[in-house]
Design a protein around this ligand. Structure first.
Ligand code: IPM
Ligand code: MG
Length: 355
């Protein structure tokens, strides 16, 4: 058995319940691939603000840096809405992304026939959708020079700056092209090159990278992409885009799939990867045992695939989730008459049984 170090950051709201539920399926699948997982639980987000006064304590960061991978629940909640901008729970995620060099965020959005009915769009438009969003994660306007408030000529102003370097664009587009080769081979690079200089550089570099990688690339303005995602989500394969555009489009794509509780994400780059469901901390339902653990369990599958290079157990978890959903089991968020409503833990148990 080879041993791997996993840091678990439960975070806030439903975070502790869903990370707890994901642990056993992860352990079981890993064991079958000869991997013995050693877990360390660390504080971040609002929980860390309450206990330690900061959203990302040094020991959490150090543990994450020394780990093979990090599994995160969710951070944030109305309780911390009033804290200073630099101490917000979200700073924990942004700090981890930057410190771990996690420059790529992968968000797969897949809609099976049985889940198409959950979409707010017509089932025939969404069924068969299979998109991989590759979002740049450590650059752009999220991390550019900013000013919270400055009074200039008697008027208060604030600003953020979108900056991209050619190497930052190159590495993310390259990752998207390589992902496309294992899929349908089509990359859509999304920008706002009709207005933004940073997008014009993005488009130029993206074209050169795609040519070198031998991958077909199309360009789309972000406003048009937002529209095309609801008009014809099936037409997309891999979407590659900047940090801010990716933040917005990935939420839109998630809601097209209709079941935000099912969607995982992987943030990868130079160091250990960070895996988290794309939904938030849902403080309104925290502690009731009704949260959907599937987004986190599928994030654990991505952890196995990307950080531990264990494809077979990753695929086994995904197949187990599909089987449990196909058998009609649903947590409250996806329950409909005629199906079987189960709790967070029961859902995890059913998935474990499938494994
Ligand atoms: C996401 C979230 C984060 C982001 C927040 C929590 C900082 O919306 O992962 O998409 O904006 O990147
Ligand atoms: Mg977001």
């Amino acid at each position: 058995m080879s041993s791997k170090k996993i840091v678990v950051i439960p975070g806030d709201g439903i975070g502790p319940e869903i990370t707890a539920a994901a642990r056993e399926p992860l352990v079981l699948a890993a064991r079958k691939a000869g991997l013995d997982l050693q877990f360390t639980t660390c504080l971040a987000g609002g929980a860390a603000i309450d206990a330690r006064g900061v959203p990302l304590p040094d020991d959490t960061l150090a543990a994450a840096q020394a780990a093979d991978a990090v599994l995160l629940g969710a951070v944030g909640g109305p309780k911390w809405d009033g804290v200073a901008p630099d101490l917000r729970p979200e700073k924990a995620i942004l700090g981890l992304r930057k410190a771990l060099g996690l420059y790529a965020n992968l968000r797969p959005v897949k809609v099976s026939e049985s889940l198409a009915a959950y979409s707010p769009l017509k089932p025939e438009i969404v069924a068969g959708t299979d998109i991989l969003i590759v979002r740049e994660l450590t650059g752009g306007i999220y991390f550019g020079p900013k000013c919270e408030s400055k009074t200039v000529e008697g008027v208060e102003r604030a600003w953020d700056t979108e900056i991209y370097s050619a190497p930052e664009i190159t590495r993310i587009v390259k990752m998207a092209c390589q992902a496309a080769k294992g899929r349908r081979g089509k990359v859509t690079s999304v920008d706002k090159a009709n207005v933004l200089a940073s997008s014009r550089l993005w488009r130029r570099v993206a074209a050169a990278v795609a040519k070198e990688e031998g991958v077909e690339i199309g360009n789309m303005y972000v406003d048009n992409c937002a529209m095309q995602l609801v008009l014809g989500p099936k037409t997309f394969d891999v979407i590659v885009t900047s940090n801010l555009f990716g933040d917005i489009l990935s939420d839109e794509a998630a809601v097209v799939a209709g079941s935000i509780g099912l969607l995982p994400s992987a943030s990868i780059g130079d160091g250990p990867g960070l895996y988290e469901p794309i939904h938030g901390s849902a403080p309104d339902i925290a502690g009731q045992g009704i949260a959907n653990p599937i987004g986190t369990i599928l994030s654990a599958a991505m952890l196995l695939r990307h950080s531990l290079k264990a494809e077979a157990p990753a695929a086994a978890i995904e197949a187990a989730v599909d089987a449990v959903l196909a058998a009609g089991y649903r947590t409250a968020d996806l329950y409909r008459p005629g199906l079987t409503k189960v709790s967070t833990n029961k859902m995890a148990e059913l998935i474990i049984k499938q494994l």
